[in-house]
Design a protein around this ligand. Structure first.
Ligand code: ADP
Length: 497
C-alpha cells in the first residue's frame, strides 16, 4: 500500500493517520481530480488530515474494479468457506487493532473513546463473525411443484453493491454493510461520510491484509451530491444500501430508480418514543430514558427522542431526569469517564442550537441545558424540555443531539395514538413491569424494533429497520442476507420428452 507518512494523534502519538487516499482495486490512490478535503477534530474544529476527494470519475473507476472482481472473480467464484475464512481473519484483525481503530473513530467523530473501544469495536468484530458464519450456510430449496418437474432455487450474489454510510457510527455502519454483502459473494463500492472518512479506510486495509482479493471492496471518500449521487445513479451498480437522513434517502431512491432501477435498502431517521408507564420504577426509568436519548451525543437514528411519561410518575420523573442530565459528564472524549463528547461538526451543532431555540419559542419548558458548553469545539449542554406537545417542531423533527423532550400522558390508547403520530417508525422503548401493558404496546407501536425495559440492544442477529419514513428493508440478522442475494428458480422435466 502506498499510504501517507502519518499524522500523530495528539493524545496517543503512537497512533497515526496513515490511510487518506481512495482504495480502488486493492490500491490506495489519489482521486482523479487530485482534489482533497479536510476532515476535522470535533473537539477543536482543527483539521486532522486532508483526504482524497472522490467524485463521479473515481466512483466509475471503483465500480469498474468491483464489476471486474464480480464478473471475472475470484470473489463470487471462491468457495463460500474460503470467503468465510477471510471474514473470520478480518474480525481477528479488528480485535487486534482495537486501539488504532477506536482512536481514529473518536478522533474523527468525537464519541467517547471508552465507547469506541469497549462497546463499538467488539460489536463490529462480532457482526463480521456473525456474517462469516453465514457465508457457507446460504442455500436454496428443492420445491415440490405441480407436474413432473425438478424445481430448485439457488441463491446467487446480486452483484456490485453500492453502499453509502453516515458519520454517527462510521465503523459500525461499515460492518453492517460490508459483512453481509461479502458473505453473500457481492463486491462493493462503499462511500463513507465526508465528516468521518478515516476509520473505513483503515478497516478496509485490514480486510485486504485478511486476504480480500483486489477490487472486491473499494472505498471512496467524498461528498454526497458528487460521489454519493454518482454511486446511487451508476448503471453498473446492482444494489444500493443507504443509511442516513430521510431527506437524502428520498434522493438516492429517486437516483436509483431513474438510472437502472437498482433495488435499494434504506435505513433512515427516527423520532422514537420511549414510554414510561405508571408502574415504572422511576429511578431505573430515568436512567434508561437518559441513555436512550443521550447515547452517542444524541446522534442515533434510534434515539428515544420523545420521552412519554405517565402523569402519575411525571413530576418525580422530570426532577430526576433533570438531575441526571446535570450529572452527565461532558468533555474531551479521550478522557476516561467522559459520557458525552462534542457533536460531529459546526453544521449539526448550529442545527441543534436552532432546535433548542425553537423549543423555547414554541412554549416548551427548558429545565436544564440549552446552550453550548465552553467556547471551543462542538460541545452542547445536556438539555431537557418538559411540557412538550406533538405539534412542536422539537417533537416532530429528528434533532440528532443531546436534547430530551418529555411529554405527559394519561392512558394507554392515548399514548399509542400519540406515539404513532409521526412520519417515522424506527424504534420504541417501553418501560413497565406489567406484562399486559408490554404486550399491548409492543404490538400497537408501528416501529421496526420495540425495546422493553432495555434500549439500543444491537445484537448482530437481531433485524433492524424502519416502518414508514424510517426506511425500507432490514439489516443485521438473517434478514439482511436477502438484500444481497438473487433467488433463481431452475426448472427441468423429471424425464425428457
Ligand atoms: P446527514 O445530514 O446527517 O449528514 P445524510 O443523509 O445527508 O445525513 O448523509 C448520509 C450519507 O449520505 C453521507 O455519506 C452523505 O455523503 C451521503 N449523501 C448526502 N447527500 C447525498 C446525495 N445527494 N446523494 C447520495 N448520497 C448523499
Amino acid at each position: 500500500y502506498s499510504t501517507s507518512a502519518g499524522i500523530e494523534n495528539p493524545i496517543n502519538p503512537s497512533i497515526k493517520v496513515h490511510c487518506t487516499q481512495l482504495l480502488i482495486n486493492g490500491n490506495f490512490v489519489d482521486s482523479a481530480s487530485g482534489k482533497t478535503f479536510p476532515t476535522y477534530d470535533p473537539r477543536t474544529g482543527d483539521v486532522i488530515a486532508h483526504v482524497a476527494e472522490g467524485d463521479a470519475e473515481d466512483i466509475d473507476r471503483a465500480v469498474c474494479a468491483a464489476r471486474k472482481a464480480f464478473d471475472e472473480g475470484p470473489w463470487p467464484k471462491m468457495t463460500a468457506y474460503e470467503r468465510s475464512k477471510v471474514l473470520f481473519r478480518f474480525s481477528d484483525l479488528l480485535d487486534k487493532h482495537i486501539e488504532e481503530l477506536a482512536t481514529l473513530e473518536t478522533w474523527d467523530n468525537g464519541k467517547p473513546y471508552e465507547q469506541s473501544a469497549k462497546i463499538e469495536l467488539p460489536m463490529i468484530s462480532r457482526i463480521i463473525r456473525y456474517y462469516a458464519g453465514w457465508a457457507d450456510k446460504i442455500h436454496g430449496l428443492t420445491i415440490p411443484a405441480d407436474g413432473p418437474h425438478l424445481v430448485q432455487t439457488i441463491h446467487e450474489p446480486i452483484g456490485v453493491a453500492g453502499q453509502i454510510i453516515p458519520w454517527n457510527f462510521p465503523l459500525l455502519m461499515f460492518a453492517w454493510k460490508v459483512g453481509p454483502a461479502l458473505a453473500c459473494g457481492c463486491t462493493i463500492v462503499l462511500k463513507s461520510a465526508e465528516q468521518t472518512p478515516l476509520s473505513a479506510l483503515y478497516a478496509a486495509k485490514l480486510l485486504h491484509e485478511a486476504g480480500l482479493p483486489p477490487g472486491v471492496l473499494n472505498v471512496v471518500s467524498g461528498f454526497g451530491p458528487t460521489a454519493g449521487a454518482a454511486l446511487a445513479s451508476h448503471m453498473d451498480v446492482d444494489k444500493l444500501a443507504f443509511t442516513g437522513s430521510s431527506e437524502t434517502g428520498k434522493i438516492v431512491l429517486e437516483l436509483a430508480s431513474k438510472s437502472n432501477l437498482k433495488p435499494v435498502i434504506l435505513e433512515l431517521g427516527g423520532k422514537s418514543p420511549f414510554i414510561v408507564c405508571k408502574d415504572a420504577d422511576v429511578d431505573k426509568a430515568v436512567e434508561l430514558a437518559h441513555f436512550a436519548l443521550f447515547f452517542n451525543q444524541g446522534q442515533c437514528c434510534s434515539a428515544g427522542s420523545r420521552t412519554y411519561v405517565h402523569e402519575d410518575v411525571h413530576d418525580e420523573f422530570i426532577e430526576k431526569a433533570k438531575a441526571r442530565a446535570l450529572k452527565r459528564s461532558v468533555g474531551d472524549p479521550f478522557k476516561a469517564g467522559v459520557e458525552q463528547g462534542p457533536q460531529i461538526d459546526s453544521e449539526q451543532f448550529e442545527k441543534i442550537l436552532r432546535y433548542i431555540r425553537s423549543g423555547i419559542e414554541s412554549g416548551a419548558t427548558l429545565i436544564t441545558g440549552g446552550d453550548r458548553l465552553g467556547s471551543k469545539g462542538f460541545y452542547i449542554q445536556p438539555t431537557v424540555f418538559t411540557n412538550v406537545k406533538e405539534d412542536m417542531l422539537i417533537a416532530q423533527d429528528e434533532i440528532f443531539g443531546p436534547v430530551q423532550s418529555i411529554l405527559k400522558f394519561r392512558d394507554m390508547d392515548e399514548v399509542i395514538r400519540r406515539a404513532n403520530s409521526t412520519r417515522y417508525g424506527l424504534a420504541a422503548g417501553v418501560f413497565t413491569n406489567d406484562l399486559d401493558t408490554a404486550n399491548t404496546l409492543s404490538r400497537a407501536l408501528k416501529v421496526g424494533t420495540v425495546w422493553i425495559n432495555c434500549y439500543d440492544v444491537f445484537d448482530a442477529a437481531i433485524p433492524f429497520g424502519g416502518y414508514k419514513m424510517s426506511g425500507q428493508g432490514r439489516e443485521k440478522g438473517v434478514h439482511c442476507l436477502s438484500n444481497y442475494l438473487q433467488v433463481k428458480a431452475i426448472v427441468a422435466p423429471l424425464k425428457n420428452p
